[in-house]
Ligand binder design. Sequence first.
Ligand SMILES: [Zn+2]
Ligand SMILES: [Zn+2]
Length: 323
Amino acid sequence: MNFKLRLLLYLFIALLFILQIRFEIFYRREFRPRTPAEIEASAGDLSTLDEKTRRAFSPGGMFEPIDFEKLNGAAWLKSHYEPGQTFDEYAASYSNKDEKRNKIYILPVGVITGETHLIIDKMKGYCEAFFSMPCEVMKPSALKARSRVNAHTGKLQLLSGDLIKAMKPLLPPDAYAMIAITMTDLYPASAWNFVFGQASLTGRVGVYSLARYDPEFFGRKRGNDYEKIFLERSLKVLTHETGHMFYIYHCVFYKCLMNGSNSLAETDMAPLFLCPSCLRKFHHAVKFDPAVRYKTMIEFLIKNGLNERADWLKKRIEYISGK
Ligand SMILES: [Zn+2]
Ligand SMILES: [Zn+2]
């Protein structure tokens, strides 16, 4: 083949390659709402399971599928491509299990007031119930990190990437994951205004700030139901983010704890619990009796004034037991 012909051939191959990449980027950016049949099938084949387990992973009319058309323009799925993840896809790919790593650690970071201590203690209690594994609060730590004062809020912020880097060597050998909690605001890079949190899934560490969950951060008065709202937000961030540590992707099937969120308002609207598909994924990673796990969660929720949430779980137990 002469030189010109070969050059043309190479150019043609390069063009095909570029077109394919462009097509993929374009294609992948389009979120595709799932059909009712896909939503139903998302928890995998339940026919081989015993009756109670099958019910635990069936919606039973208690979970609402995501209605993409009804989401408002600011919703996460309207601006983020999500690949979705069925139970079958999860079961075929989950490989982060390590028998020696069976504990979740919470590391308080920064200034810890009495109020923060209290909330972290509650997070530990819920963590154990939700993840069905022991959870330990570590001694508060002042991790080395760059900081700045945010131009909009006038509040101190810590560079989240520095915190992640400082946490990695502190990971205990039996830690499935280590979650740092701070009341100081975070930023991921100088160009960003702020970030709620950041994680390294392979490093099994994540850091999350509760600062913006408190209206006082924005100079607003705390409402009468402040404590309840703050607690629920804190429990959601802990369980959602640790859920990612189990390699559970953002849920695209039901209204679920694992839905992506663009704002505090969207987080507040998201359920506190896993949908049947995400629950089965978590069950694949950590074996537990679904009704026993719900009972432990109910005890915590009642003790901490989240009775409505507890009532929903009670109904769920009734459904699982076939009552
Ligand atoms: Zn997430
Ligand atoms: Zn889900």
